[in-house]
Design a protein around this ligand. Structure first.
Ligand SMILES: [Zn+2]
Length: 400
């Protein structure tokens, strides 16, 4: 990201969609939720700096505007504070802005003991989801992001959850004494399902990038999960989740030959299809975020292997920022960035940026056929609209 400054334009309520009358109720509900989630996950990351440090002290210019501030550069990570304050929700009356940024979060394991950048404890993941819900985010599919058909309620912001590597802690079954199975409520899928059951207005989506070797199982198979690999993959597809290719062997493609790249792509896809024949695998997550250094750069978009063709509409990286809107000229789906779900990165991107300066957020107008953006855009988004990417949708601009 080159521009990280943002002004907050004059507020425009969504009166034409009848939102404003619900503002107070929403605010109270959100305040209650924030009290409930305080001290967990994302909610506990929000730094004192979010409200405590004068903007001038950060070396940025203060402009006039509704909130009178300019977003700071994102160079510094906030200091996580376990007992931190809670930033008030920004969602009471967010005006639509479909040119704003979209966070795509990257998760790996969900083990109770923390200690790795690749692990999110179940408690922290619950906190993340509560935070996202309270701040007006809506679980959105990768398919809609790729297609530009973001079909979410007015005033909500899309967030996409991605889960790499097919770790057992993402999706574990508990075996009951009577022989039946139940989704472990402390696995990521269990936590997600509980959250969306309690909040049907949170959306219901997530995409799993699974190497086919041992989907959602461990080598030692201590929890007797290996036999459920196919059941789990089929369950995900049947319940609206998405699957994606993550190569056959979780291969680092940096030094791979074209032949090896083809083999890894084909093996990753064919391997999953042995469990779930015909399941759509629309996108590809690069292991380690490593693109092949040499060879044919188009293989991830389209290639053939042993007479079969493989192709993906997006390639996901490992880092490290929010993704541009489908209508932003900076969008390149073959270099789609993600935000790593760690305390530092989540605190930086949500507490310090998207929720502190909501004018940079993608906010839906509720109609996938219309692209609504403010006339006065925050500097981070100014001149970023690509009319050629509207794809026949009607553009509506509003404001002074
Ligand atoms: Zn991976």
């Amino acid at each position: 990201m080159t521009e990280r400054e943002a002004t907050i334009p004059p507020q425009h309520r969504l009166t034409r969609r009848g939102r404003s009358g619900r503002a107070l109720g929403s605010l109270l509900a959100v305040a209650l939720l924030l009290l409930l989630v305080r001290g967990r996950g994302l909610a506990r990351l929000l730094p004192h700096a979010a409200v405590g440090v004068p903007v001038a002290a950060r070396g940025v210019v203060v402009l006039s505007g509704a909130a009178g501030t300019v977003a700071p550069p994102l160079a510094a990570s906030p200091t996580p504070d376990p007992a931190s304050l809670v930033v008030p929700s920004t969602t009471a009356a967010l005006p639509p802005n479909e040119l704003g940024l979209i966070p795509i979060l990257m998760y790996h394991t969900f083990l109770p003991a923390s200690g790795s950048d690749w692990n999110r404890t179940p408690a922290a993941f619950r906190g993340d989801l509560e935070y996202l819900y309270a701040h007006g985010y809506y679980l959105t599919s990768m398919h809609q992001f790729v297609a530009g058909t973001l079909d979410i309620p007015p005033g909500k912001s899309p967030v996409i959850l991605t889960f790499d590597d097919g770790a057992e802690s993402q999706f574990r079954y508990l075996l009951r004494p009577d022989g039946t199975i139940a989704i472990d409520p402390d696995s990521a899928v269990g936590i997600l399902e509980d959250m969306v059951a309690r909040h049907p207005d949170f959306g219901h989506a997530g995409v799993f990038y699974v190497p086919p070797g041992l989907p959602f199982g461990d080598d030692d198979d201590k929890h007797d999960q290996r036999r459920f690999a196919g059941t789990k993959l089929a369950w995900l597809v049947a319940h609206g989740y998405e699957l994606g290719n993550h190569t056959l062997h979780h291969a680092n493609l940096a030094n791979a030959t074209d032949a090896q790249v083809r083999q890894e792509i084909a093996g990753g896809e064919d391997g999953l299809h042995r469990y779930v024949p015909g399941a759509p695998l629309e996108t590809f997550a690069l292991p380690y975020g490593a693109y092949p250094d040499h060879g044919d750069p188009t293989l991830l978009r389209h290639c053939t292997y042993q007479g079969h063709t493989y192709g993906y509409s997006a390639v996901l990286l490992v880092g490290a920022e929010a993704a541009p809107s489908p209508f932003d000229r900076r969008r390149d789906l073959f270099f789609t960035p993600r935000i790593r779900a760690t305390d530092a990165e989540l605190g930086k991107w949500f507490g310090e940026y998207l929720d502190r300066y909501p004018a940079v957020r993608y906010v839906s107008d509720g109609d996938p056929g219309i692209v609504t953006i403010p006339t006065t855009l925050t500097p981070a988004l100014r001149d970023k609209l690509a009319p050629a990417q509207l794809g026949g949708r009607r553009l509506v601009r509003y404001g002074p």
